[in-house]
Write a protein that binds this ligand. Structure first.
Ligand code: NDP
Length: 490
């Protein structure tokens, strides 16, 4: 077949959710395209691993500086493909750059070879441990934070010495391509970080391509499909899925700060945040005062100004369904209500006294809808906060008992007296439990996630008693058992 006979590559477009205008056109990469990208990445991975920590740190620092220089330009692509406000996009980039910096600077200390104690019984051995790169890591990302979220895997995987093939969401392919281009320039065109674009099939092909690991961020439902595809080749997976995060307001909380956090945590990015605040449990004694503040702060917001439209058009119907279900079950609408989610630009909604079996309480909303429920005390708040299958993040407002309440929450991250702060602290691992997934990005755990431990025991001298040899004698075993009785038997 000649080049002219070859079937034309299928393409798709990304569009601006605010206007419907086409932002960019991208190829629908086939399984063969994905396999070829992974094969190229394998060569780059060998080069990259050979650079060592110093070489990688230097190159990643160059990339970090380039991202800072190009911050506004990349933020404009984020805005065009997601519809979020410009400063939200810039904030997302600032945080991603900070993570890149941390990952590059801490890789050697976290992963480099170190000696560990060989123990009394094996005192003749020198024991060392290091964390070696896996090779090629496949990253599948969502559209809601199309830079910050996948960079939690990309930056940490690269810093750990891997090459990356990234499949961005079909809604934000332009962001993924721009991100990869910015590193390609610095890496002299080496395919260290490539992007494959397309729909779910392209992501599924990445799962089956023989990559050493898949780092997936997206919905719980898709995570199950990804895991099933990865099971075919025993490809390990890291799963960052959805959440139904609660904010608990204790009786001694700073109510203005708590209300501010609830409204920002629930409404920013139009509620399309995996660790966004979706449920508030406020203790009775302060419920009225707190709720009044939430209502006032929410009424001051304007959809289209403080936050944009639903990035994914079909999401408005999900939000609408949850509002209708809650109202039908007896909830009270304090701000907005039926009709607030009739368009792609959803108006902010606050619902109170929402029955706990409503979908607004049990299912991820991903829209600017806040549920505020009164509880008699903190114990009940904790019980309800923990009563979902999800377990991603949480927020606690309490002057005296913040840490104590945080420790009782079944989730991966908690912010006390602020909201979503854990995501901006690179040293803190990020990830959930239950339907929110498993594995960790960020921090030392996030670096180790993209490595395999390499344990080496080197014999320094032979012991007088050989017990792991066919030369073993009963006298030798008797001496060993005597030693164990003295050392471990007491
Ligand atoms: P989806 O689950 O719809 O998609 C996630 C990614 O998976 C996309 O790139 C998608 O491609 C791809 N994909 C779809 N089908 C398959 C398949 N069969 N095999 C492999 N890949 C596939 O999630 P959204 O993009 O809608 O993102 C929103 C979700 O992400 C929310 O649930 C949110 O809570 C969660 N999230 C979790 C975070 C966390 O860190 N825990 C952070 C941010 C978001 P395509 O878009 O082309 O269909």
């Amino acid at each position: 077949m000649t080049v002219t006979d070859a079937p034309a590559q299928a393409t798709f477009t990304s569009t601006d959710p605010r206007t419907g205008e086409v932002v960019g056109t991208h190829p629908v990469h086939t399984a063969a395209d994905v396999d070829a990208a992974v094969a190229r990445a394998a060569e780059a991975a060998a080069w990259w691993a050979g650079l060592g920590f110093d070489g990688r740190r230097t190159l990643l620092a160059q990339w970090r500086r380039a991202l800072v220089r190009g911050l506004d330009a990349l933020a404009r692509i984020v805005v065009a493909e997601t519809g979020k406000p410009f400063d939200d996009a810039r904030l997302e980039l600032v945080l991603a750059i900070d993570h890149l910096d941390w990952a590059a600077k801490h890789a050697e200390k976290t992963l480099g070879r170190r000696s560990v104690s060989s123990g009394l019984l094996m005192a003749n051995q020198a024991a060392t441990l290091e964390y070696a790169p896996l090779g090629v890591v496949g990253v599948i990302g969502p559209w809601n934070y199309p830079v910050f979220t996948p960079m939690g895997s990309i930056a940490y995987a690269l810093a750990a010495g891997n090459a990356v093939v990234f499949k961005p969401s079909e809604l934000t392919p332009g962001v993924g391509v721009a991100l990869a281009d910015s590193l390609a320039e610095i890496a002299g065109g080496r395919p260290l970080f490539q992007v494959v674009t397309g729909f779910g099939d392209t992501g599924a092909a990445l799962c089956r391509s023989g990559v050493a690991k898949i780092a997936f961020t997206g919905s719980t439902a898709t995570a199950k499909r990804v895991m099933a595809a990865c099971a075919e080749t025993l490809t390990p997976v890291l799963m960052e899925c959805g959440g139904k995060d609660a904010l608990i307001v204790d009786g001694d909380a700073d109510l203005d700060a708590a209300a501010d956090a609830a409204v920002w945590g629930g409404m920013s990015n139009a509620g399309q945040t995996c660790v966004g605040v979706e449920r508030v449990y406020v203790v009775d004694t302060v419920a009225q005062e707190f709720t009044d503040r939430v209502v006032a702060k929410t009424r001051a917001l304007q959809a289209g100004r403080e936050f944009g439209p639903m990035t994914m058009e079909s999401q408005s119907a999900v939000v609408k369904g949850q509002i209708d279900d809650a109202l039908a079950k007896g909830a009270t609408a304090l701000v907005g209500g039926a009709g607030s989610a009739d368009a792609r630009l959803v108006e902010p909604v606050v619902l109170a006294e929402v029955p706990e079996d409503s979908t607004a309480v049990t299912e991820e909303t991903f829209g600017p809808l806040l549920v505020v429920n009164r509880v008699p005390d903190v114990d009940e708040a904790v019980r309800r906060a923990n009563a979902t299958g999800y377990g991603l993040g949480a927020t606690v407002f309490s002057k005296e008992r913040g840490a104590e309440i945080a420790a009782r929450l079944r989730c991966g991250m908690v912010s006390v007296n602020s909201v979503i702060s854990f995501a901006g602290i690179p040293a803190l691992p990020f990830g959930g439990v239950g339907d929110s997934g498993f594995g960790r990005i960020h921090g030392e755990d996030g670096l180790r996630e993209f490595t395999r431990s390499q344990a080496v025991a080197r014999q320094r001298f032979a012991l007088p008693i050989a017990v792991t040899s066919f030369r073993r004698t009963s006298a030798g075993m008797g001496a060993l058992l005597g030693l164990v009785r003295v050392l471990r038997g007491r």
